[in-house]
Design a protein around this ligand. Structure first.
Ligand code: CMP
Length: 422
């Protein structure tokens, strides 16, 4: 973050943007005026005067802001302030201070600082921002190197400034990008040494650019990248463990379903990454529709709905999957958020079909007995499960809900199922 102060108000942001723009313009203008014979000196003093005023004002603003900082941070802010001071001094007034005018470029430190702050705040677009900032510095760098090249080949004749600049920029760009057409070649020793330096720099820049573009592309769709990685890991595992083909196909189908529906395969993992207050809000939001659909919850209090929502675990079942098998010990009951399941008796008869908003698996929990039927998914289903301890807690805390649940079960599954009275 900024060493001087957290820029909280709009004006201070606007001021920072203005200073960044002025510093950038100065970073283009001053090196050009340094190239001998390249620009007239007519407007130079006006521009220099303006820069002195603006940078001086900025120094005053930052000094004031830094005084409000704790002592430890003030020390850190001193470096930036020293650079601000050097950039604000009107060296152009000093005899022979021509070259010292380049110290104005130190103001770019604040531009870099602003970029760092932006990158920190907008972490999601980190790579795009990094590339944009890189292009900014690259353009500035090319300009400076082009200015150096003009100076090296003896400056430009006053009439041919534009052409000389375009030539120099062209040479710089083709050398930095490692294209190197070779139509403009260094001749003197100084030009050759300069050329070597620029070529070395070009290799570094090229590597940085390629690396960043690769990371940009892979970070464009992190969900897809994660899905692909999971799939790869899974196929390696299935191959290594020699899983039977039908099982492999089912696993594959599960992954495809999760991907197509853009679901998160492990919702609880995402939820765990949130602080408790947000987790509760998200859980309530996600399960609101489900809870609204379940007739059982119609008359239930808000406290109950909240309690249930926070204790439901989500999972996916694919067509043909058995969610419950007859005769098994029941450790949880289920709510069907989306999809269709069929209730299958021991002899294979279909007893019933349940759909969105229905629940099942409550009998084993109520009666403490094995499952009375199997439940098989007909379509891909989004389900929520409520485990036995939670079920028991809810039944004892909310007796009216327990009553409705029991009555519902009695109604739905007929008189042949005797429910306990506890
Ligand atoms: P449980 O016995 O725990 O596990 C199987 C579940 O299937 C059972 O609870 C009920 O929720 C459900 N079930 C059993 N019989 C029927 C039926 N005739 N109609 C609808 N659902 C049923």
């Amino acid at each position: 973050m900024d060493e001087t102060s957290p820029d909280s108000n709009l004006w201070s942001h606007l001021w920072n943007v203005l200073i960044a723009l002025v510093a950038t313009a100065a970073a283009y203008y001053i090196p050009l005026t340094e190239v001998s014979g390249f620009m007239g000196t007519g407007s130079a003093s006006t521009v220099e005067g303006l820069l002195t005023v603006l940078f001086g004002l900025d120094l005053a603003v930052r000094l004031r802001r830094s005084r409000e900082l704790p002592a430890a941070k003030q020390r850190g802010a001193r470096f930036g302030l020293a650079l601000d001071l050097l950039a604000a001094i009107p060296f152009f007034l000093l005899p022979g201070g021509e070259l010292l005018r380049l110290l104005r470029l130190l103001k770019l430190y604040r531009v870099g600082q602003g970029m760092g702050r932006l990158g920190h705040l907008h972490i999601v677009h980190g790579t795009v921002l990094r590339l944009t900032f890189f292009l900014y510095w690259l353009a500035l760098g090319l300009h400076w190197i082009a200015c150096g090249w003009i100076e090296l080949i003896g400056g430009a004749s006053p009439g041919a400034t534009q052409a000389a600049y375009v030539d120099a920029f062209y040479w710089t760009t083709s050398t930095i990008t490692t294209v190197g057409y070779g139509d403009i070649v260094p001749v003197t020793m100084g030009q050759k040494v300069y050329g070597i330096g620029v070529m070395m720099l070009g290799v570094d820049i090229y590597a940085y650019l390629i690396g960043n573009i690769a990371s940009l592309i892979s970070s464009l769709d992190p969900v897809r990248a994660r899905y692909m990685e999971q799939r790869e890991r899974l196929s390696a595992f299935m191959q290594y463990r020699a899983l039977p083909t039908p099982l492999r196909r089912r696993i594959q189908r599960y992954f495809d379903y999760v991907w197509e529906e853009r679901l998160v395969s492990d919702e609880s993992e995402v939820m765990q990454s949130l602080p408790p207050s947000l987790r509760e809000e998200v859980a309530l939001f996600l399960k609101r529709d489900l809870i609204k659909n379940v007739p059982l919850f119609d008359a239930a209090s808000d406290a109950f709905v909240r309690d249930v929502a926070l204790n439901l675990e989500s999972f996916v079942a694919l067509p043909g999957d058995f969610v419950v098998r007859i005769g098994e010990t029941g450790r949880e009951m289920f709510f069907l958020s989306r999809g269709e399941v069929e209730v299958v008796a021991g002899d294979g008869t279909i007893l019933n079909t349940l759909s969105d908003g229905d629940f099942f698996g409550e009998i084993a929990l109520f009666l403490d007995q094995p499952r009375t039927a199997s439940v098989r998914a007909i379509t891909a289903c989004d389900l929520y499960e409520l485990d036995k301890p939670m079920f028991e807690r809810i039944v004892s805390t909310y007796p009216d809900v327990a009553g409705t649940l029991e009555a519902e079960a009695r109604l739905r599954y007929g008189v042949d199922i005797e429910l306990s009275e506890d």
